[in-house]
Design a protein around this ligand. Structure first.
Ligand code: ADP
Ligand code: MG
Length: 273
């Protein structure tokens, strides 16, 4: 239990002269949930994509279940290595619409990773799909539907079901509830929280929304301009932020006693750094 399931060490990603990620590191323990917060453009998505193997880091390494999967020494990843990476770590995007085949039923899409990764007969896979649909609160009828026939919340549940099918150790969620209505957002967050308790899966939860991060994570890193400016227990971070940028993020949340002067003061303190 004391070995991280996922470690990022000194990750750097440059796109031409833009340094999107600049020395990001963290450990994720089994069953833990880590938030990555920061304003738009701070490098959250690039970090998530490196973790999922969708982007090669310029330098730094990613270790997943004891194996270096990205960075130094990892060259020309074989199909086998990519399959293993995907079996251990799945990613959920803000809009799952693009990752579902529009002509395929939801049940068929959920079965696809099973066919790729899990041995078993078609009948066993059908039974597993029924179980997964049930687990995320989707009806059999939703399973027989096409992606466009579902609501955004239902589609995100289907994406979660598909990701969970092969029992990955880590789920990386990039703004996964950002596009949902708040009531649906709450349902999906509750579902994710329950699933973590039931299965011991770990989350990397990328979000610009601090309220969401407070609910779904234990620890968090705050990113600005590709760098981690603050890290710690999420509750502590949000109660007692140490870095002016974290303070600015918090003070920028509209509330009844919203203090625009304070936001301006925070911004000046940050620019003075
Ligand atoms: N494929 C790319 N090519 C060039 N620049 C990119 C690419 N992806 C991201 N960037 C740049 O990297 C920075 C971080 O982007 P991103 O990781 O998407 O941040 P976030 O998810 O926090 O909004 C931005 O300046 C963005 O324009
Ligand atoms: Mg992003």
């Amino acid at each position: 239990m004391n070995t991280p399931v996922l470690s990022a060490v000194a990750l750097v990603k440059r796109f031409g002269h833009v340094t999107a990620v600049d020395g990001v590191g963290f450990d994720l323990m089994p069953g833990a949930s880590l938030g990555i917060v920061g304003e738009s453009g701070s490098g959250k998505t690039t970090t998530a994509r490196i973790l999922a193997g969708l982007e090669e880091p310029t330098s730094g390494t990613v270790t997943l279940a004891g194996e270096t999967v990205a960075g130094q020494g990892v060259t020309g990843r074989s199909r086998r290595a990519r399959l293993r990476h995907a079996r251990l770590l799945q990613m959920i995007f803000q809009d799952p619409y693009g990752s579902f085949d529009p002509r395929q039923t939801i049940a068929r899409s959920i079965a696809e990773p099973l066919r790729l990764h899990a041995p078993g007969s078609a009948k066993e896979h059908r039974a597993r799909v029924a179980e997964l649909l049930d687990q995320v609160g989707l009806s059999e009828r939703a399973g027989r539907s096409l992606p466009r026939e579902l609501s955004g919340g239902q589609r995100q549940r289907a994406a979660i079901a598909r990701a969970l099918g092969i029992s990955p150790r880590v789920l990386v969620l990039d703004e996964a509830v950002a596009a949902l209505d708040v009531s649906i957002q709450a349902q999906v967050l509750t579902l994710l929280d329950d699933l973590r308790r039931e299965t011991g899966i770990s989350y990397v939860f990328v979000s610009h929304d601090l309220a969401v991060v407070r609910y779904i994570t234990d620890t968090a890193i705050v990113m600005r301009h590709g760098r981690v400016v603050e890290r710690g227990e999420t509750e502590r971070l949000l109660r007692d932020p140490q870095h002016p940028y974290t303070r600015l993020l918090l003070d920028s949340i509209p509330s009844p006693d919203w203090d625009l002067d304070r936001v301006a003061r925070d911004r000046r303190a940050l620019d003075a750094l």
